[in-house]
Design a protein around this ligand. Sequence first.
Ligand SMILES: Cc1cc2nc3c(=O)[nH]c(=O)nc-3n(C[C@H](O)[C@H](O)[C@H](O)COP(=O)(O)OP(=O)(O)OC[C@H]3O[C@@H](n4cnc5c(N)ncnc54)[C@H](O)[C@@H]3O)c2cc1C
Length: 461
Amino acid sequence: MTAYDAIIIGTGQAGPPLARRMAGLGMRVAIIERGRFGGTCINTGCTPTKTLVASAYAVHVARRGADFGFSAGDVTVDMKRVKARKDHVVGLSNRGVERSLRNLENCRVYEAHARFVSPHEVQAGGEVLTSDRIFINVGARAKTPDIPGLDQVDYLNNSSMMDVDFLPRHLLVLGGSYIGLEFGQMYRRFGSEVSIVELGPRLVSREDEDVSAAITDILVREGITVVRSANCLHINKQGDDIVMTVDCGGTSELRGSHLLVAAGRRPNTDDLGLDRAGVKRDERGYIVVDDELRTSVPGIWALGDCNGKGGFTHTSWNDYEIVAANLFDGESRRVSDRIPAYALYIDPPLARVGMSEADVRKSGRPALIGKLAMEDVSRAFEKGETEGFMKILVDAETKEILGASFLGTSSDEAVHCVLDTMYARAPYTLLKRAMHIHPTVAEFIPTMLGDLVPLPNSAAG
Ligand SMILES: Cc1cc2nc3c(=O)[nH]c(=O)nc-3n(C[C@H](O)[C@H](O)[C@H](O)COP(=O)(O)OP(=O)(O)OC[C@H]3O[C@@H](n4cnc5c(N)ncnc54)[C@H](O)[C@@H]3O)c2cc1C
């Protein structure tokens, strides 16, 4: 048995910085990885998808050459080279994480599947490691929904999509949320026929209805078939085709060459020996943690997607910051202090911070709203990218910003001035008076804040 000051399971977004921090403090650290260094974001999540989105965007702009005064001729896509570019970018990050851990003084890397043996012991391959401090950063994987016939066909998920170096003739996408929409739009731009099938009544159902509607319009205008409220789903193989029945009468069906299942994620907590350690999970398998990411067992923490508190790279990284600040800097940081923030990287992107309009209505508080079409934003107009809108909500009494939904060009960057104002707990009037650079998307945020109206049908409306 080998004793360490700390054991980290998983090299996702939280594990490696925590290893660096603790090893830097002179602690003896073991970090265990069963798969690829850097976890989901680097290998099968953010990095590859945003690299592919960039290729798809370039293709899209080339096809729109006439709008900008040039002709790129007949634009064809070489999927082998698209994939090679993606592999290159992923490889840089993946190797960077591995190298940094292997070269880290006081840190030993184990390449093995880790399982708890007891609250203080973890088996990694043939070795048992022991420590009073164990950090779980095991992430999540694609969920396989229970749909009749799915087990009879070959299907893709976010991981196996990474090996695709050809153009699917017709990509069926099961799941109309973030992952499905990003893949759907990029493959449409590469040249595939694409159909997106969503069980619920609208795409990205956690967003406001106007956001879902605008996103659906954008995708449909690009030639994507969107099926919502799909019922009695059934999948089968007919010749080379995958056929999806999407209504209970069995009359509506979609026929494609490939199927991508993007129907949610499940935490990698089912084969970790958590029972032997006494670490509690909730009914969906997420590790139960408190506001400081401590599990039900003293000396064991859970960070990142496996704790169900985030689901994004920045939330996992923020988990690391919280744990490190509390353990080593004498601070008292909590998960509940952070403001929800994320983006959906279709083009144009959707950036979301804080509460949605629906959340604000539900809260019953008096609120003000500002909304501006991207058509009225000069930078968007100049770039020829005028789809979408920006929406911001403010508490009518405290004057604090409650949330924003920005769907439009550069909105993933522009939204940060709203987010930082929210973190500062400053009144919206501060941002309203800020002088922003012209021409930017962000310059219209003070303008919007100058034109707030009571939120209709709310306590202030
Ligand atoms: C297609 C896609 C696109 C995404 N795009 C974005 C985006 O644009 N922005 C964003 O913020 N987020 C995005 N995400 C989400 C983001 O990737 C995750 O939230 C993030 O990677 C979570 O990191 P993590 O630290 O929880 O763990 P992970 O990165 O999942 O890493 C966990 C690691 O633990 C290892 N492991 C698991 N079990 C064991 C075990 N028993 N023993 C040893 N090792 C183990 C795994 O092999 C893995 O390397 C995307 C996700 C997907 C799937």
